[in-house]
Write a protein that binds this ligand. Structure first.
Ligand code: SF4
Length: 254
């Protein structure tokens, strides 16, 4: 039986996230831990540069897939995306953001109505409550503006390190790395910055990603993991970094 995916989402306890991440490391090689070959050494700096150079050549301006119209709606969308697909979140937020694209409008709408808009998303009761409370907190403590500050962001209800990283990167252009399950897998497989926890991978990548690629690195890696370096069967035969990647055995065709 394959191990379950390790959802790396805001709001999980540190212990639960670390446990899920450890399971994922076992899954990365695609066979039981006892039979796994030794983890290859991480790529040297020239190869890391080449990986990102190729990603940049293919997609110079990668975008996240969560729809939003301003930093506030981005924050709300990311909070709603925990353990849900971007497509599922977009379906719910299209209508919600038409009538509530500021903290004031979200508070005026009220928790119950927010819940109605997001009820197709998993954990919607808790998420609706968090969206309502974080909107109140933005009004009371930040003049209705999303703060460009990690500590302040992480004090908002429902906002963890990953959500803060997404907002700091997408709304403010900071060179942060938001580690989701796709990015975690790619970083361990290639390997770029191997690690047993999302935080270890994040900190490792921050050390090795050349500054030129810092803004878009996490989007390239997430998209690569989502569409090519897939969990069950990576599509190595069409992978643009196949010759650089040290993962074995590589897949030969569909
Ligand atoms: S060669 Fe295969 S394992 Fe390596 S990054 Fe590409 S898809 Fe992933």
């Amino acid at each position: 039986m394959p191990a379950k995916k390790p959802p790396v989402k805001p709001g999980r306890s540190k212990a639960a996230t670390a446990k899920a991440a450890t399971k994922s490391v076992a899954k990365v090689a695609g066979k039981p831990a006892a039979k796994r070959t030794k983890q290859p050494k991480p790529l040297p700096p020239e190869a890391v540069f080449e990986v990102f150079r190729r990603f940049e050549a293919i997609e110079p301006e990668p975008k996240g897939e969560l729809e939003h119209v301003n930093p506030f709606t981005l924050l709300v969308a990311v909070v709603l995306s925990a353990q849900a697909t971007d497509a599922g979140v977009n379906k719910a937020t299209r209508a919600l953001f038409k009538i509530a694209d500021t903290p004031e409008k979200m508070v005026a709408l009220g928790e119950e109505a927010i819940r109605d808009y997001v009820k197709t998303i998993g954990l919607y009761r808790t998420k609706a409550k968090n969206v309502f409370l974080l909107s109140q907190q933005l009004i009371a403590e930040h003049g209705s503006v999303v703060p460009q500050d990690r500590d302040a962001l992480e004090k908002l209800p429902g906002v963890g390190r990953k959500t803060a990283n997404v907002v700091l990167n997408m709304a403010f252009g900071e060179h942060t790395i938001a580690v989701d399950t796709h990015l975690f897998r790619v970083s361990n497989r290639v390997p770029l910055a191997p690690g047993k926890t999302p935080l270890a991978v994040e900190l490792g990548l921050l050390k090795i990603v050349p500054p030129r690629f810092g803004r878009h690195a996490h989007h390239w890696l997430i998209l690569h993991g989502r569409y090519i370096c897939k969990a069950r069967k990576p599509e190595c035969w069409r992978c643009p970094i196949n010759d650089l990647c040290r993962f074995e055995p590589k897949t030969k065709g569909p």
